[in-house]
Write a protein that binds this ligand. Structure first.
Ligand SMILES: O=C(O)C(=O)C[C@]1(C(=O)O)C=C[C@@H](O)C=C1
Length: 306
């Protein structure tokens, strides 16, 4: 039978009151056309279902789920510190008088970060509310089709970026502690490791906004008076859980002890010697990472009702 006539009969049966019968009947009568249309409808339906399940309904965050994310981010931070510790300090990278890039007056590391952030912004990195650039003035609009990010945070979150402080702590306090004196000339890999550390730290610290949002949603009656009074100290007190902080410090120390071990199949006698110092990581959390995360939480809450 002519292909067009087959199609009309097929469509009539498909949308007729004999709908229940349409598929077997058509399959019987016009096997090839029926199968191809059936498979088209089926694939289309699946695709629709898949794209619906991918998006639009933001998962409800809980204090437990945001704390779980902080726990997995510990792994990323510890592994990136281990990678960085493979190289000595390579201090030239951060020294403004090592002026080797024509037309650029900052440090080589600044140059590396600015250029990398520009390319990463083009593929959408900073569209995510979890990512914050170190040089916001250098980022570009993404060239990719936009990716869906559920809006969980108050719009004021966009105005919070403490990467200048994170940068300063990293270069001046953290690096001298985690890398040995010296220069191996591997500036590109060193800068890559540095940026990985910085991005992991920045993500963790700015994630404080998600933690603060959950805390506020769970108990607006507790937080609102301090927000209206713009009382930083009261907010800091409300959001602090000392027992949780103790747990975090112990856990990162233990994780570092495991992740930074030299593993040998012959003996475990070197168990005590680790690639980075577990106590130093615990101290890093106690002195910088948790206080900065709490600072971000306070900044966010201060803006939460306006
Ligand atoms: O788990 C929380 O409640 C957080 O706010 C996170 C965090 C942290 O940075 O790890 C910060 C403040 C709390 O005192 C405990 C831990």
């Amino acid at each position: 039978m002519h292909y067009k006539i087959q199609l009309y009969i097929f469509l009539f049966l498909r949308f007729s009151p004999f709908e229940e019968l349409w598929f077997p009947l058509n399959l019987h009568t016009f096997p090839s056309l029926s199968l191809s249309l059936f498979s088209f409808i089926h694939t289309h339906k699946n695709r629709q279902q898949r794209s619906m399940s991918n998006s639009k309904v933001p998962e409800r965050l809980t204090l437990e789920s945001v704390r779980k994310s902080l726990i997995t981010q510990e792994d990323t931070i510890i592994f990136s510190l281990i990678e960085r510790a493979k190289h000595p300090l390579n201090s030239r990278l951060y020294n403004p008088s090592w002026n080797v890039i024509p037309g650029f007056s900052g440090t080589v590391f600044e140059y590396f970060v600015k250029e990398t952030e520009t390319i990463q912004s083009k593929v959408g990195r900073y569209e995510s509310p979890k990512e914050h650039p170190f040089f916001p003035e250098n980022i570009s609009k993404p060239v990719f089709p936009p990716c869906y990010h559920p809006s969980v945070l108050h719009p004021a979150a966009k105005s919070i970026n403490i990467n200048k402080d994170i940068w300063d702590v990293y270069i001046n306090k953290l690096l001298p502690q985690f890398s040995a004196e010296g220069d191996d000339g591997n500036y590109a890999t060193t800068a890559t490791c540095d940026l990985q550390c910085l991005q992991a730290l920045s993500r963790r610290i700015h994630y404080g906004m998600f933690v603060a949002e959950v805390k506020f949603i769970d108990a607006p009656q507790d937080y609102s008076p301090a927000i209206h009074a713009q009382d930083r100290d009261a907010l800091m007190k409300l959001l602090t859980f000392e027992s949780v902080e103790e747990m975090v410090k112990k856990r990162v120390e233990k994780k570092t002890m495991l992740f930074a071990q030299d593993v040998s199949i012959h003996n475990d006698s070197n168990k005590e010697k680790t690639k980075i110092d577990p106590c130093a990581v615990s101290k890093l959390y106690a002195d910088w990472i948790m206080p900065l995360t709490k600072h971000v939480q306070v900044e966010y809450l201060l803006r939460r009702l306006y």
